[in-house]
Write a protein that binds this ligand. Structure first.
Ligand code: PMP
Length: 384
Protein backbone atom coordinates (compact mmCIF):
# COMPACT_ATOMS: atom_id res chain seq x y z
CA UNK A 1 0.00 0.00 0.00
CA UNK A 2 1.35 3.40 -1.00
CA UNK A 3 2.14 5.97 1.67
CA UNK A 4 -0.62 8.38 2.58
CA UNK A 5 -0.70 11.31 0.24
CA UNK A 6 -2.83 14.37 -0.31
CA UNK A 7 -3.90 14.19 -3.92
CA UNK A 8 -5.00 17.70 -4.85
CA UNK A 9 -4.43 17.55 -8.58
CA UNK A 10 -6.65 18.13 -11.58
CA UNK A 11 -6.89 14.37 -11.98
CA UNK A 12 -6.72 11.68 -11.07
CA UNK A 13 -8.66 12.79 -8.01
CA UNK A 14 -9.22 10.98 -4.70
CA UNK A 15 -11.68 8.09 -4.87
CA UNK A 16 -14.42 8.13 -2.20
CA UNK A 17 -14.61 5.03 0.04
CA UNK A 18 -17.99 4.01 -1.45
CA UNK A 19 -16.41 3.92 -4.89
CA UNK A 20 -13.33 2.02 -3.75
CA UNK A 21 -15.58 -0.52 -1.99
CA UNK A 22 -17.70 -0.98 -5.12
CA UNK A 23 -14.59 -1.63 -7.19
CA UNK A 24 -13.45 -4.27 -4.70
CA UNK A 25 -16.63 -6.33 -5.22
CA UNK A 26 -16.30 -9.65 -7.04
CA UNK A 27 -16.07 -9.26 -10.81
CA UNK A 28 -19.35 -10.01 -12.55
CA UNK A 29 -19.32 -11.47 -16.04
CA UNK A 30 -19.83 -8.81 -18.66
CA UNK A 31 -22.40 -10.88 -20.57
CA UNK A 32 -24.47 -11.61 -17.45
CA UNK A 33 -27.86 -10.13 -16.50
CA UNK A 34 -26.19 -8.52 -13.48
CA UNK A 35 -23.81 -6.58 -15.67
CA UNK A 36 -26.60 -5.64 -18.06
CA UNK A 37 -28.51 -4.05 -15.17
CA UNK A 38 -25.36 -2.30 -13.93
CA UNK A 39 -24.54 -0.95 -17.39
CA UNK A 40 -28.07 0.28 -17.90
CA UNK A 41 -27.94 2.19 -14.59
CA UNK A 42 -24.54 3.65 -15.38
CA UNK A 43 -25.51 4.78 -18.88
CA UNK A 44 -28.68 6.43 -17.57
CA UNK A 45 -26.68 8.14 -14.81
CA UNK A 46 -24.13 9.35 -17.34
CA UNK A 47 -26.87 10.82 -19.52
CA UNK A 48 -28.07 12.82 -16.53
CA UNK A 49 -24.57 14.15 -15.79
CA UNK A 50 -24.01 14.91 -19.50
CA UNK A 51 -27.44 16.60 -19.55
CA UNK A 52 -28.30 14.77 -22.73
CA UNK A 53 -30.86 12.46 -24.25
CA UNK A 54 -28.21 11.27 -26.70
CA UNK A 55 -26.52 7.95 -26.04
CA UNK A 56 -23.26 8.08 -24.09
CA UNK A 57 -20.74 5.55 -25.32
CA UNK A 58 -18.61 3.96 -22.61
CA UNK A 59 -15.08 2.92 -23.51
CA UNK A 60 -12.46 1.16 -21.45
CA UNK A 61 -9.66 3.60 -22.15
CA UNK A 62 -8.41 6.98 -20.96
CA UNK A 63 -9.93 10.29 -22.00
CA UNK A 64 -7.59 10.69 -24.94
CA UNK A 65 -9.10 7.60 -26.58
CA UNK A 66 -12.53 9.24 -26.44
CA UNK A 67 -10.96 12.28 -28.11
CA UNK A 68 -9.38 10.07 -30.78
CA UNK A 69 -12.70 8.29 -31.29
CA UNK A 70 -14.31 11.60 -32.22
CA UNK A 71 -11.62 12.31 -34.80
CA UNK A 72 -11.63 8.92 -36.51
CA UNK A 73 -15.41 8.54 -36.51
CA UNK A 74 -16.15 12.01 -37.83
CA UNK A 75 -13.31 12.79 -40.22
CA UNK A 76 -11.73 11.10 -43.18
CA UNK A 77 -8.15 11.62 -44.31
CA UNK A 78 -7.73 14.97 -45.99
CA UNK A 79 -11.01 16.34 -44.63
CA UNK A 80 -10.84 19.70 -42.98
CA UNK A 81 -11.54 20.49 -39.32
CA UNK A 82 -11.11 23.50 -37.08
CA UNK A 83 -9.30 23.18 -33.76
CA UNK A 84 -9.40 26.17 -31.41
CA UNK A 85 -6.81 25.86 -28.66
CA UNK A 86 -5.12 27.86 -25.93
CA UNK A 87 -3.35 25.19 -23.91
CA UNK A 88 -1.98 21.68 -23.77
CA UNK A 89 -5.26 19.82 -24.23
CA UNK A 90 -6.42 21.99 -27.09
CA UNK A 91 -3.08 21.20 -28.72
CA UNK A 92 -3.90 17.54 -28.26
CA UNK A 93 -6.96 17.84 -30.51
CA UNK A 94 -4.73 19.17 -33.27
CA UNK A 95 -2.10 16.48 -32.68
CA UNK A 96 -4.66 13.67 -32.84
CA UNK A 97 -6.32 15.07 -35.96
CA UNK A 98 -2.96 15.54 -37.67
CA UNK A 99 -1.93 12.01 -36.74
CA UNK A 100 -5.00 10.87 -38.69
CA UNK A 101 -4.16 13.10 -41.62
CA UNK A 102 -7.04 15.46 -41.10
CA UNK A 103 -6.37 18.90 -42.53
CA UNK A 104 -6.38 21.04 -39.42
CA UNK A 105 -7.16 24.74 -39.42
CA UNK A 106 -5.65 25.51 -36.05
CA UNK A 107 -6.71 28.68 -34.26
CA UNK A 108 -4.02 28.89 -31.65
CA UNK A 109 -4.53 31.35 -28.79
CA UNK A 110 -2.04 32.31 -26.10
CA UNK A 111 -2.00 29.78 -23.27
CA UNK A 112 -4.19 31.22 -20.56
CA UNK A 113 -6.54 33.00 -22.94
CA UNK A 114 -10.19 32.15 -23.40
CA UNK A 115 -11.35 30.99 -26.83
CA UNK A 116 -13.26 33.60 -28.80
CA UNK A 117 -16.55 32.26 -30.23
CA UNK A 118 -16.71 34.77 -33.10
CA UNK A 119 -13.19 34.01 -34.26
CA UNK A 120 -14.09 30.33 -34.39
CA UNK A 121 -17.31 30.96 -36.29
CA UNK A 122 -15.54 33.21 -38.78
CA UNK A 123 -12.84 30.62 -39.40
CA UNK A 124 -15.45 27.92 -39.96
CA UNK A 125 -17.30 30.16 -42.40
CA UNK A 126 -14.04 30.83 -44.23
CA UNK A 127 -12.80 27.26 -44.58
CA UNK A 128 -16.04 25.31 -44.71
CA UNK A 129 -15.03 22.79 -42.01
CA UNK A 130 -17.80 20.46 -40.84
CA UNK A 131 -16.32 19.75 -37.43
CA UNK A 132 -14.91 21.98 -34.71
CA UNK A 133 -12.92 20.78 -31.71
CA UNK A 134 -12.56 22.77 -28.49
CA UNK A 135 -11.71 22.20 -24.83
CA UNK A 136 -14.15 23.05 -22.05
CA UNK A 137 -11.89 23.19 -18.98
CA UNK A 138 -8.33 23.68 -20.27
CA UNK A 139 -6.61 21.81 -17.45
CA UNK A 140 -3.18 23.17 -18.32
CA UNK A 141 -4.18 26.79 -17.68
CA UNK A 142 -7.28 26.69 -15.47
CA UNK A 143 -9.34 28.52 -18.10
CA UNK A 144 -12.91 27.37 -18.71
CA UNK A 145 -14.14 28.19 -22.19
CA UNK A 146 -17.65 29.41 -22.88
CA UNK A 147 -18.96 26.37 -24.71
CA UNK A 148 -22.50 27.72 -24.75
CA UNK A 149 -21.37 30.84 -26.66
CA UNK A 150 -19.18 28.81 -29.01
CA UNK A 151 -22.08 26.47 -29.81
CA UNK A 152 -24.38 29.44 -30.43
CA UNK A 153 -21.82 31.13 -32.72
CA UNK A 154 -21.44 27.93 -34.75
CA UNK A 155 -25.16 27.27 -35.17
CA UNK A 156 -25.71 29.36 -38.34
CA UNK A 157 -22.90 27.55 -40.18
CA UNK A 158 -24.17 24.16 -39.04
CA UNK A 159 -20.74 22.79 -38.13
CA UNK A 160 -20.61 20.04 -35.53
CA UNK A 161 -19.07 20.94 -32.20
CA UNK A 162 -16.94 18.42 -30.30
CA UNK A 163 -16.02 19.34 -26.74
CA UNK A 164 -13.32 17.90 -24.51
CA UNK A 165 -14.89 17.92 -21.06
CA UNK A 166 -12.42 15.47 -19.52
CA UNK A 167 -11.67 17.81 -16.63
CA UNK A 168 -15.06 19.50 -16.33
CA UNK A 169 -17.89 17.04 -16.75
CA UNK A 170 -19.78 16.78 -13.46
CA UNK A 171 -17.85 19.66 -11.88
CA UNK A 172 -19.20 22.73 -13.64
CA UNK A 173 -22.29 23.29 -15.79
CA UNK A 174 -22.21 21.68 -19.23
CA UNK A 175 -25.67 21.44 -20.75
CA UNK A 176 -25.00 19.26 -23.76
CA UNK A 177 -28.46 19.25 -25.37
CA UNK A 178 -29.59 22.68 -24.27
CA UNK A 179 -26.43 24.28 -25.65
CA UNK A 180 -26.47 22.12 -28.77
CA UNK A 181 -23.16 20.31 -28.43
CA UNK A 182 -22.82 17.32 -30.77
CA UNK A 183 -20.13 15.35 -29.00
CA UNK A 184 -18.84 15.64 -25.45
CA UNK A 185 -15.92 13.48 -24.37
CA UNK A 186 -14.94 12.84 -20.77
CA UNK A 187 -13.04 10.48 -18.50
CA UNK A 188 -13.69 8.74 -15.21
CA UNK A 189 -10.80 10.09 -13.14
CA UNK A 190 -11.65 13.71 -12.42
CA UNK A 191 -14.99 15.16 -11.34
CA UNK A 192 -16.51 11.69 -11.69
CA UNK A 193 -14.43 10.44 -8.73
CA UNK A 194 -13.55 7.06 -10.24
CA UNK A 195 -10.03 5.80 -10.96
CA UNK A 196 -8.61 6.33 -14.45
CA UNK A 197 -9.63 3.84 -17.12
CA UNK A 198 -13.09 4.71 -18.43
CA UNK A 199 -13.82 7.23 -21.16
CA UNK A 200 -17.10 8.48 -22.54
CA UNK A 201 -18.50 10.19 -25.59
CA UNK A 202 -22.04 11.54 -25.89
CA UNK A 203 -23.00 11.41 -29.54
CA UNK A 204 -25.77 13.45 -31.19
CA UNK A 205 -27.94 11.99 -33.92
CA UNK A 206 -26.23 13.96 -36.64
CA UNK A 207 -22.79 13.03 -35.32
CA UNK A 208 -23.79 9.36 -35.32
CA UNK A 209 -25.10 9.66 -38.85
CA UNK A 210 -21.93 11.42 -40.00
CA UNK A 211 -19.84 8.68 -38.40
CA UNK A 212 -21.89 5.91 -39.98
CA UNK A 213 -21.31 7.38 -43.42
CA UNK A 214 -17.77 8.65 -43.03
CA UNK A 215 -14.74 8.88 -40.84
CA UNK A 216 -11.82 6.57 -41.39
CA UNK A 217 -10.35 3.24 -40.35
CA UNK A 218 -11.16 2.28 -36.78
CA UNK A 219 -12.08 -0.83 -34.87
CA UNK A 220 -11.92 -0.58 -31.07
CA UNK A 221 -13.09 3.02 -31.21
CA UNK A 222 -15.89 2.50 -33.73
CA UNK A 223 -18.92 4.39 -32.40
CA UNK A 224 -21.57 2.44 -34.30
CA UNK A 225 -20.31 -0.93 -33.03
CA UNK A 226 -20.17 0.41 -29.47
CA UNK A 227 -23.60 2.01 -29.59
CA UNK A 228 -25.23 -1.07 -31.14
CA UNK A 229 -23.79 -3.24 -28.37
CA UNK A 230 -25.02 -0.80 -25.73
CA UNK A 231 -28.50 -0.87 -27.27
CA UNK A 232 -28.50 -4.58 -26.47
CA UNK A 233 -27.37 -3.94 -22.90
CA UNK A 234 -23.79 -4.90 -23.65
CA UNK A 235 -20.42 -3.46 -24.45
CA UNK A 236 -18.69 -4.37 -27.70
CA UNK A 237 -15.57 -5.61 -25.87
CA UNK A 238 -14.75 -6.77 -22.35
CA UNK A 239 -15.05 -3.62 -20.24
CA UNK A 240 -13.21 -2.76 -17.02
CA UNK A 241 -16.03 -4.29 -14.99
CA UNK A 242 -14.62 -3.16 -11.65
CA UNK A 243 -14.41 0.45 -12.79
CA UNK A 244 -17.98 0.30 -14.06
CA UNK A 245 -19.01 -0.92 -10.59
CA UNK A 246 -17.09 1.99 -9.09
CA UNK A 247 -18.60 4.48 -11.50
CA UNK A 248 -22.09 3.32 -10.54
CA UNK A 249 -21.30 4.18 -6.92
CA UNK A 250 -19.80 7.53 -7.93
CA UNK A 251 -22.86 8.44 -10.02
CA UNK A 252 -25.09 7.53 -7.07
CA UNK A 253 -23.02 9.80 -4.87
CA UNK A 254 -23.37 12.64 -7.39
CA UNK A 255 -27.13 12.20 -7.45
CA UNK A 256 -27.27 12.14 -3.67
CA UNK A 257 -25.18 15.29 -3.36
CA UNK A 258 -27.06 17.01 -6.19
CA UNK A 259 -25.28 18.32 -9.24
CA UNK A 260 -26.18 21.97 -8.49
CA UNK A 261 -24.71 21.66 -5.03
CA UNK A 262 -21.57 20.09 -6.44
CA UNK A 263 -21.14 23.00 -8.85
CA UNK A 264 -21.62 25.50 -6.01
CA UNK A 265 -19.22 23.53 -3.80
CA UNK A 266 -16.53 23.62 -6.49
CA UNK A 267 -17.00 27.36 -7.03
CA UNK A 268 -16.56 27.90 -3.30
CA UNK A 269 -13.39 25.80 -3.14
CA UNK A 270 -12.01 27.70 -6.12
CA UNK A 271 -12.78 31.05 -4.53
CA UNK A 272 -10.97 30.06 -1.33
CA UNK A 273 -8.03 28.79 -3.39
CA UNK A 274 -7.79 32.09 -5.28
CA UNK A 275 -8.00 34.22 -2.17
CA UNK A 276 -5.47 32.02 -0.42
CA UNK A 277 -3.06 32.31 -3.32
CA UNK A 278 -3.31 36.09 -3.25
CA UNK A 279 -2.87 36.12 0.53
CA UNK A 280 0.42 34.27 0.00
CA UNK A 281 1.49 37.22 -2.12
CA UNK A 282 1.36 35.14 -5.30
CA UNK A 283 -0.20 35.93 -8.64
CA UNK A 284 -2.90 33.88 -10.27
CA UNK A 285 -2.31 32.54 -13.76
CA UNK A 286 -5.88 31.26 -14.14
CA UNK A 287 -8.71 33.79 -14.29
CA UNK A 288 -9.55 35.46 -11.00
CA UNK A 289 -13.28 34.78 -11.21
CA UNK A 290 -15.92 32.10 -10.68
CA UNK A 291 -15.60 30.83 -14.24
CA UNK A 292 -12.44 29.03 -13.24
CA UNK A 293 -13.79 26.46 -10.79
CA UNK A 294 -11.88 23.29 -11.69
CA UNK A 295 -8.21 24.27 -11.58
CA UNK A 296 -6.43 27.19 -9.96
CA UNK A 297 -3.11 27.95 -11.63
CA UNK A 298 -0.59 29.98 -9.64
CA UNK A 299 2.41 31.81 -11.05
CA UNK A 300 5.63 30.95 -9.27
CA UNK A 301 7.60 33.89 -7.92
CA UNK A 302 10.58 35.07 -9.96
CA UNK A 303 13.67 32.99 -9.35
CA UNK A 304 11.78 29.95 -8.06
CA UNK A 305 11.44 26.87 -10.21
CA UNK A 306 7.92 25.49 -10.02
CA UNK A 307 9.19 21.95 -10.55
CA UNK A 308 11.30 22.29 -7.43
CA UNK A 309 8.31 23.50 -5.46
CA UNK A 310 6.29 20.60 -6.84
CA UNK A 311 8.95 18.06 -5.84
CA UNK A 312 9.38 19.58 -2.36
CA UNK A 313 5.64 19.41 -1.72
CA UNK A 314 5.45 15.84 -2.91
CA UNK A 315 8.56 14.43 -1.28
CA UNK A 316 8.51 16.22 2.01
CA UNK A 317 4.82 16.77 2.67
CA UNK A 318 3.14 14.13 0.47
CA UNK A 319 1.04 16.90 -1.00
CA UNK A 320 0.61 16.24 -4.71
CA UNK A 321 -0.29 19.29 -6.76
CA UNK A 322 0.40 19.60 -10.49
CA UNK A 323 3.19 21.58 -12.12
CA UNK A 324 3.04 23.47 -15.39
CA UNK A 325 2.87 21.73 -18.77
CA UNK A 326 4.63 22.59 -22.02
CA UNK A 327 5.86 26.20 -22.03
CA UNK A 328 4.43 26.68 -18.52
CA UNK A 329 6.65 23.99 -16.99
CA UNK A 330 8.40 25.46 -13.99
CA UNK A 331 6.34 28.65 -14.24
CA UNK A 332 3.11 27.68 -12.54
CA UNK A 333 1.61 25.27 -9.99
CA UNK A 334 -1.89 23.94 -10.38
CA UNK A 335 -4.33 23.09 -7.60
CA UNK A 336 -7.21 20.84 -8.64
CA UNK A 337 -10.55 21.25 -6.94
CA UNK A 338 -12.85 18.77 -8.63
CA UNK A 339 -14.31 15.46 -7.61
CA UNK A 340 -14.26 14.45 -3.97
CA UNK A 341 -12.29 17.47 -2.75
CA UNK A 342 -13.33 19.39 0.33
CA UNK A 343 -12.37 22.50 2.29
CA UNK A 344 -9.41 20.74 3.85
CA UNK A 345 -7.96 19.84 0.48
CA UNK A 346 -7.71 23.55 -0.27
CA UNK A 347 -6.35 24.42 3.17
CA UNK A 348 -3.78 21.62 2.83
CA UNK A 349 -2.74 22.73 -0.66
CA UNK A 350 -2.24 26.32 0.49
CA UNK A 351 -0.46 25.35 3.72
CA UNK A 352 1.83 23.01 1.78
CA UNK A 353 2.52 25.64 -0.85
CA UNK A 354 3.30 28.21 1.85
CA UNK A 355 5.70 25.83 3.61
CA UNK A 356 7.47 24.69 0.45
CA UNK A 357 7.91 28.22 -0.87
CA UNK A 358 9.18 29.40 2.49
CA UNK A 359 11.75 26.58 2.62
CA UNK A 360 12.92 27.44 -0.87
CA UNK A 361 13.60 31.03 0.14
CA UNK A 362 10.37 32.84 -0.75
CA UNK A 363 9.83 35.76 1.58
CA UNK A 364 6.62 37.20 0.12
CA UNK A 365 4.19 36.42 2.95
CA UNK A 366 4.07 34.26 6.04
CA UNK A 367 3.78 30.56 5.17
CA UNK A 368 0.39 30.18 6.83
CA UNK A 369 -1.22 33.23 5.23
CA UNK A 370 -2.84 31.34 2.37
CA UNK A 371 -4.35 28.60 4.50
CA UNK A 372 -5.57 31.18 7.03
CA UNK A 373 -7.30 33.18 4.30
CA UNK A 374 -8.99 30.06 2.92
CA UNK A 375 -10.32 29.22 6.39
CA UNK A 376 -11.74 32.75 6.62
CA UNK A 377 -13.46 32.34 3.25
CA UNK A 378 -14.99 29.08 4.40
CA UNK A 379 -16.11 30.66 7.68
CA UNK A 380 -17.73 33.59 5.93
CA UNK A 381 -19.97 31.70 3.54
CA UNK A 382 -22.07 28.70 4.44
CA UNK A 383 -21.44 25.50 2.55
CA UNK A 384 -24.01 24.88 -0.21
N1 PMP B 1 -8.33 16.65 -21.87
C1 PMP B 1 -8.25 17.30 -20.70
C2 PMP B 1 -8.89 18.64 -20.59
C3 PMP B 1 -7.58 16.72 -19.63
O1 PMP B 1 -7.49 17.36 -18.47
C4 PMP B 1 -6.99 15.45 -19.79
C5 PMP B 1 -6.25 14.77 -18.65
N2 PMP B 1 -5.43 15.59 -17.91
C6 PMP B 1 -7.10 14.82 -21.02
C7 PMP B 1 -7.79 15.44 -22.04
C8 PMP B 1 -6.48 13.51 -21.29
O2 PMP B 1 -7.11 12.52 -20.60
P1 PMP B 1 -6.38 11.11 -20.33
O3 PMP B 1 -5.12 11.44 -19.61
O4 PMP B 1 -7.41 10.41 -19.47
O5 PMP B 1 -6.17 10.46 -21.62
Amino acid sequence: VAEKQYLITPGPTPVPPEVAAAIAQPVVHHRSPDFKALLSDVLAGLQRVFATQNPVLLMTASGTAAMESAVVNLLGRGERAVVASAGNFGERWAAIAEAHEVEVVHLRGEWGERLDPDTIATAVGGCGARVVFVTHSETSTGVVNDVQAIAAALRPAGAMLVVDAVSSLGGIPLMTDLWGVDVVVAGSQKALMTPPGLAFASISERARAAAAGGGQGRFYLDWEAGLRAQEKGQTAFTPAVGLVQGLAAALELIERRGIDRIWAHNRRLAQAAREGVRALGLELFSPDDDSSAMVTAVRMPDGLDGQEVYARLRDRYHVVLAGGQGPLRGQIMRIGHMGDMDEFAIVTALAGLGLALHELGYGGASPGAGAARAVEVFASAEAP
